[in-house]
Ligand binder design. Structure first.
Ligand code: PLP
Ligand code: COI
Length: 341
């Protein structure tokens, strides 16, 4: 293996030694297979290719200062994948199978888990695809679940440092009764144009409004939104956003810290009242928001006038990351030791 400069890697793809796979056929999941082949062989008529019958997940494994390797809330990712499966009429992946595959692929690729000091982590990417060859639009009868890993650095520039974001009114990533609440490739395909537009103007990412009324903040292309004001953690309630494991965890940590937690619609104008704001997700962790610009009204909602992350976001970030790295006591039982010291 070529030496990797862990502290300089971005959120990309570095192939590793092994991935694990499981096939669903004749109404049942088969045995877990291990392979070092990073390609898959598929029929040109597979349903995932034509009709987007594909789902994915994202979680991380952490090399901790105590020498152990932990993964964070894999049961939550399993539950969300099951919800996605129901949404796309795919067979549900049992939680035990999901966790066993996650643990196995992390152990097999131990040499790719970045050191604690680097700030990089091992990203775990489960992928479920319909593989039946058919041209009619109906669910496949055969599926492939692959879980691979890749070492990653920060998703948004600078990691825990503030970035500018922009509201888009010209594009929706999902519809109110569509697939926004599921982790499916189509949502991300739908976000590429708006994301390109945002990047071309120097923004970190685009923020979507609710698709129906365009009145409320939904989320950005790859992370949920939260705002902090007067001792309250506020995050959107919407049918078209992904239920984020990170956000769910932050809501709990905020409550533990004595903050009030509100999950409700957030009118755009309310952005002016937040003292701090952040984008949160597995890849983003917390990406503190410097400002959100609204090109239509010309309004710039500034959350970090000095360019620095706010005190509440900083406390939440530290608490979350310290639990993930086994530094803080894991009072909620969120972490799972995959490799012992
Ligand atoms: N929203 C979207 C659209 C995402 O892709 C992600 C990433 O998974 C999130 C939110 C954050 O979810 P989680 O915290 O479970 O990673
Ligand atoms: C994640 O945060 O895990 C994501 O999946 C976001 C993005 C890489 C799609």
């Amino acid at each position: 293996m070529q030496a990797i400069d862990w502290s300089s890697i971005g959120f990309g793809y570095i192939p590793t030694d092994y991935n694990v796979r499981c096939v669903y056929r004749d109404g049942a999941w088969g045995e877990i297979e291990t392979t070092s082949d990073t390609n898959i062989s598929l029929s040109i008529a597979a349903t995932c290719l034509h009709y987007g019958q594909e789902a994915f997940e994202g979680l991380k494994a952490y090399r901790c200062p105590d020498g152990k390797v932990r993964v964070f809330r894999p049961d939550e990712n399993a539950a969300r994948l099951q919800a996605t499966c129901r949404g796309l009429v795919m067979p549900e992946v049992p939680t035990e199978l999901f966790i066993e595959m996650v643990e196995r692929v992390v152990r097999l690729n131990e040499s790719f888990i970045p050191p604690y000091e680097s700030g990089a982590t091992l990203y775990v990417r489960p992928l479920l695809i319909g593989t039946t060859a058919q041209v009619g639009v109906h669910p496949a009868s055969e599926y492939l679940l692959v879980i691979f890993v890749t070492p990653v650095g920060p998703y948004f520039k600078g990691g825990f440092s503030t970035n500018p974001y922009v509201i888009t009114r010209d594009y929706d990533r999902s519809a109110p009764l569509g697939t926004g609440c599921y982790k499916v490739g189509g949502n991300y395909a739908a976000s590429l144009k708006a994301n390109k537009w945002a990047h071309e103007q120097g923004y970190s990412c685009e923020f979507y409004l609710d698709a129906k009324e365009k009145k409320y903040i939904d989320e950005c292309g790859a992370a949920n939104f939260f705002g902090i004001k007067q001792g309250t953690y506020v995050t959107p309630l919407s049918t078209s956003i992904l239920p984020s494991v990170t956000n769910k965890s932050l809501m709990q940590l905020a409550a533990d810290m004595g903050l009030k937690v509100e999950r409700r619609q957030i009118p755009i104008e309310e952005l002016a009242t937040f003292e701090e704001a952040g984008a949160c997700g597995t890849a983003a962790v917390i990406s503190p928001i410097e400002r959100i610009d609204d090109p239509e009204t010309g309004h710039s909602y500034v959350f970090a006038p000095d360019g620095k992350p706010g005190p509440v976001s900083t406390r939440l970030y530290k608490k979350l990351v310290d639990i993930q790295y086994g530094i803080e006591p894991d009072v909620h039982g969120w972490t799972r030791v995959v490799i012992d010291a």
